[in-house]
Ligand binder design. Structure first.
Ligand code: AMP
Length: 215
């Protein structure tokens, strides 16, 4: 299966993508995670991406599209993937279409996670990530770790993402509305979009998503 996950920052894309990918037996490809890995490894690509991420802006397409393409061409992605955070604008959606066309492949589904804006801000402000694994995500109030600052799953250190500060979150939301939302209409015109509510317990949202994808 080839699936694109869209939704505003804080909709729970990372959490749901990890669970759905595991359930469906396909790799979870997150361009945000790829950028963060490059930053922590000190690569040139990471150095170039960092300033845009800090500001809450999109990393330029000429960096992002090549990186996403390289990842999608890895052997584990040959029979499908779940994309989280890519494409994020129309140019990237068109680049993905071209890539798929060249490979004789097609998207199966675009899953749109819907969440009200005031909820988004609360979710991001309390979000804490594990340094060892970006799939281990907590929230100080909604899904707190047993011991503050420590990952329940692996004991790793929990931290707040640099771009989860309030000012940057506002900018990320603006960017979402102006750059990313148009891709939902683009995919709607291809009949690919299913919108589900991202509210409620994590497991309920996963079930809703699986029903939508398999239905
Ligand atoms: P995420 O982890 O998906 O919230 O992404 C974190 C940040 O990485 C975003 O705010 C952007 O600065 C950058 N980023 C991730 N994916 C993309 C993309 N497809 N295009 C441009 N920038 C991206």
């Amino acid at each position: 299966m080839r699936i694109v996950l869209v939704g505003p920052p804080g909709a729970g894309k990372g959490t749901q993508a990890a669970l759905l990918a595991k359930n469906l037996g396909i790799p979870h490809i997150s361009t945000g995670d790829l950028f963060r890995a490059n930053i922590s490894q000190g690569t040139e690509l990471g150095r170039r991406a960092q300033e845009y991420m800090r500001a809450g802006d999109l990393v330029p397409d000429e960096i992002t599209i090549g990186m996403a393409k390289d990842r999608m061409e890895q052997p584990d992605a040959a029979s499908g993937w779940l994309l989280d955070g890519f494409p994020r604008n129309l140019a990237q959606a068109e680049a993905l279409d071209e890539l798929l066309r060249d490979a004789g492949q097609a998207l199966d589904s675009v899953l749109d996670l819907e969440v009200p804006e005031d909820e988004v801000v609360k979710r991001i402000a309390g979000r804490r990530m594990c340094r060892n694994d970006s799939a281990h995500i907590f929230h100080v109030e909604y899904t707190p770790p047993k011991e503050p600052g420590v990952c329940d799953t692996c004991g790793g250190e929990l931290y707040q993402r640099d771009d989860d500060r309030e000012e940057t979150v506002r900018r990320r939301l603006e960017v979402y509305h102006s750059e990313t939302e148009p891709i939902i209409d683009y995919y709607k015109s291809q009949g690919l979009v299913t919108t589900i509510s991202a509210l409620g317990p994590v497991a309920d949202v996963t079930q809703r998503a699986l029903t939508a994808l398999k239905g």
